[in-house]
Write a protein that binds this ligand. Structure first.
Ligand SMILES: Cc1cc2nc3c(=O)[nH]c(=O)nc-3n(C[C@H](O)[C@H](O)[C@H](O)COP(=O)(O)OP(=O)(O)OC[C@H]3O[C@@H](n4cnc5c(N)ncnc54)[C@H](O)[C@@H]3O)c2cc1C
Ligand code: FES
Length: 270
């Protein structure tokens, strides 16, 4: 993979049998660990495995990144959330920002299997952060790669080829955008004038993942929704992006403190 991004394959037969594109699991490393949601990147009902791809951003993802082949975690709960709506729409554009190539893969594959023409746009800050290009190409009729710094593919942001596709001769029937919130927001802003339905996968802070704590509250079309049970997929044109960004920042001091404390403890014991 690429620095700070890991792919783990868990043996979780019951979840693997049920998981559908767009769903997620809640991971708990040990009895004192926090619960973090991670999207199912792949599931194999035959061998009972479930694949997740995650980026190290704080305490729990760094701790998870230290696990070795053969290790186990305390709990893996899922599949959670509503699956992505998959049907024959016509031409579907799948846009993935950064490590979101992993969550977009099962969606692009399912869209292709449903008979859609799939055009994928894969963007990253730099070439060294790109992965699964061939995998995404294998489930797409066309793949456009962009890097912010121009080290690979086309230089620029994913919204540029997205806009060109919308302006082009081919009718685009649906856009799915997954990645950092700011990237999903600007994909939705790009498609809005063209009135092309744009589905985004929201990533608010989640705790239980089953609709009980209210932590993942988002506002969509002026209505309060819980991303874990009403989503995580929503109509990107209806999302209150400012509220999402503000709520994602709620625990920044605590997250920083938890990471520093854990790093300090980890150094003492290693
Ligand atoms: C439905 C869903 C699917 C996700 N899928 C993936 C995935 O496939 N791969 C991946 O790398 N990341 C994914 N994330 C984000 C991932 O859950 C966070 O990166 C992780 O929880 C960070 O935990 P931490 O302790 O390492 O970092 P922290 O330092 O605790 O937090 C860093 C940032 O991560 C976010 N975050 C923290 N805790 C949570 C939480 N409990 N729930 C959601 N976000 C949180 C906050 O924005 C926070 O500022 C997903 C989030 C959601 C909601
Ligand atoms: S995570 Fe608790 S209600 Fe959604």
């Amino acid at each position: 993979m690429v620095p700070n991004i890991h792919l783990f394959r868990f043996s979780a037969p019951k979840i693997a049998r049920k998981a559908k594109a767009g769903q997620f699991v809640v991971v708990m490393i040990d009895e004192k660990g926090e619960r973090i949601p991670l999207t199912v990147a792949d599931s194999n009902a035959k061998d009972g495995t479930l694949t997740i791809v995650f980026m190290e951003v704080g305490k729990t993802t760094q701790q998870l990144g230290l696990l070795q082949e053969g290790d186990s975690i305390m709990s893996l709960t899922g599949p959670l959330g509503l699956p992505t709506e998959v049907e024959k729409f016509g031409t579907v554009v799948c846009v993935a920002g950064g490590f979101a190539v992993a969550p977009i893969m099962p969606i692009a594959r399912a869209m292709k299997q449903a008979g859609n023409k799939v055009i994928s746009i894969l963007g990253a800050r730099s070439k060294s952060l790109l992965f699964w290009e061939d995998e995404l190409r294998s489930v797409s009729d066309k793949l456009i790669v962009t890097t912010d710094d121009g080290t690979y593919g086309r230089k620029g942001l994913v919204t540029e080829p997205l806009k060109e596709l919308l302006e082009g001769p081919e009718k685009i029937d649906r856009v799915i955008a997954i990645g950092p919130s700011v990237m999903m927001k600007f994909c939705a802003k790009t498609t809005e004038p063209f009135k092309v339905k744009t589905i985004v996968s929201l990533n608010p802070i989640m705790v239980d993942g089953t609709g009980m704590c209210g932590c993942c509250r988002v506002s969509v079309g002026g209505q309060t929704k819980f991303a874990c049970v009403d989503g995580p997929d929503f109509d990107g044109h209806q999302v209150d992006w400012d509220l999402l960004a503000a709520r994602q920042r709620t625990y920044l001091p605590e997250e920083k403190q938890a990471l520093e404390h854990w790093q300090c403890q980890h150094e003492k014991h290693s």
